[in-house]
Design a protein around this ligand. Structure first.
Ligand code: HAM
Length: 445
């Protein structure tokens, strides 16, 4: 028996009691049309530019063994300490929803022995990632990354290639107010030197730093440099930049990267205190920002990570890459190009309108025939009057309406109306596909 359902705000009254409506989890969101078509557009730009540069798609699972992220991102990072969605499966395994996609890509590279079949590989990926952060505009708990990783070369030209690729994607998506912040955090040789040069000052300021930094200072000084709290930032901004401690090869590497990107990117600046929030980086690190986004303005970031594959149990293979935050790119676009999404949504070419309910079977057969021939076609499924069907066709901006009445069914034809020109013609059902294809080709020409 059908139960009556009445809705009062978040609650529905079903049969004998109130039932709380189930809503999306905090920090996640639904992407509805036409916005979903803006997403498809951005994803198409990302894919096409990456494939144009020789990157191939890799798809890895959404969850991984927790140890993968602890070992790669680093146990003292915010991500590992506070933001991971970790759970124990009924089988007793420790699983984490991926908070990022670089570590899974490297795990897949090793697990599939790709390094044994020619170490140099270029991958791109796209998909949701999960971090338990405080949700706000541009920061969510499920967000979407598009990234690219080039594995198997130390060449600074490759650092530059990935930076320029990320920049070109953002530019081609027309992200407004773009800028690039660039730094080098050196290698395992120069970092102890830097640590030594700032330890005394950090220790002196320790009581003024936040609780997290006080806790982390001993274990990983770089995490203090990455703290986003204003009080800590004021202190760390006065520390000498890491560039002063770079060894000669790291200095040369960084100079080469800067030289190349200067030729291709007009709005970049050195950011001597940029270290990034993940432990695996070495040498080049960078972030792309979009001005209209305010507090959460980083639309992407990346860098080199020459030790990660080794730290995951593989050979010493260097790598470099980036990930763009698609949610933030869309947010930046929505602020300037809100109408753009609607124009990207696909449209139906021909709408079959029936004079009465009696012609619906005939219309349905014709609908399937048109769709099988590749023509986007639709009809009414809500028993609407002819007038309401025509209104619906007009609202959905279809190109043609085929009107079907009793006479049309008896003689196997339709009245085809071109909504742009207002012209109408009588076409036999057998000739309809060819006629619509020809009309569309004429319009495109
Ligand atoms: P990441 O900087 O942590 O780097 O994330 C990359 C981008 O993902 C950020 O710039 C931001 O746009 C987006 N993002 C991160 N967290 C959130 C969030 N809670 N809500 C919305 N967007 C967010 C990485 O993940 C590295 N794996 C990048 C990389 C690839 N490095 C080398 N290769």
């Amino acid at each position: 028996m059908r139960q009556s359902i009445m809705t009062y705000g978040f609650f529905s009254f079903i049969g004998s009691g109130f039932v709380k409506e189930i809503r999306a989890i905090k920090g996640t969101s639904d992407i509805l049309p036409p916005q979903s078509y803006l997403w498809q557009y951005v994803e198409r730009v990302c894919r096409s530019l990456c494939e144009n540069a020789g990157y191939l798609e890799i798809r890895t699972p959404i969850f991984e063994e927790t140890a993968l992220f602890e070992r790669s991102i680093g146990e003292t990072t915010e991500v590992v300490q506070k933001q991971m969605y970790t759970f124990t499966t009924p089988g007793g395994e420790q699983i984490t929803l991926r908070p990022e996609m670089t570590a899974p890509t490297m795990r897949a590279y090793l697990e599939n022995s790709l390094h044994k079949k020619g170490a140099f590989r270029k991958f791109y990926y796209s998909g949701p990632s999960f971090r338990y952060e405080r949700p706000q505009a541009g920061r969510s708990r499920q967000f979407h990354q598009f990234g690219a990783e080039a594995i198997g070369s130390k060449d600074p030209l490759l650092d530059a290639e990935t930076i320029i690729l990320a920049w070109n994607i953002a530019e081609q998506c027309r992200v407004p107010g773009l800028s690039l912040h660039l730094n080098s955090i050196g290698c395992a040789e120069c970092r102890p030197k830097y640590r030594e040069s700032i330890t005394a000052e950090v220790e002196r300021c320790l009581p003024l730093l936040c609780e997290d930094c006080q806790r982390r200072a001993n274990r990983n000084l770089f995490r203090v440099l990455d703290c986003k709290k204003e009080t800590c930032r004021t202190i760390t901004a006065k520390l000498p930049p890491i560039e002063t401690s770079l060894c000669l090869p790291c200095k040369d590497h960084f100079e080469k990267v800067k030289e190349i990107i200067s030729r291709h990117i007009n709005n970049w600046k050195p950011d001597p205190h940029l270290v990034r929030g993940l432990d695996y980086y070495t040498n080049t690190v960078y972030e792309l920002t979009a001005k209209p986004l305010g507090a959460q303005d980083s639309i992407g970031g990346g860098g080199r990570y020459d030790y990660l594959i080794h730290d995951l149990g593989g050979p010493e293979i260097p790598a470099v890459g980036f990930a763009l935050g698609l949610d933030r790119i869309i947010l930046a676009l929505s602020k300037t190009e809100a109408q753009c999404a609607a124009t990207l949504q696909p449209r139906i070419t021909v709408f079959l309108a029936t004079v009465s309910q009696n012609e619906r079977d005939f219309a349905c057969n014709l609908l399937i025939r048109l769709r099988t021939s590749g023509i986007a076609a639709d009809m009414d499924f809500e028993a609407k009057s002819l007038k309401a069907q025509l209104r619906q066709a007009d609202k959905s901006k279809v190109d043609y309406v085929a009107v079907i009445g009793q006479e049309e069914v008896q003689n196997s034809f339709v009245k085809l109306k071109d909504l742009a020109s207002g012209t109408e013609e009588r076409i036999s059902v057998d000739a309809l596909t060819a006629r619509i294809s020809q009309l569309m080709a004429d319009k495109r020409a």
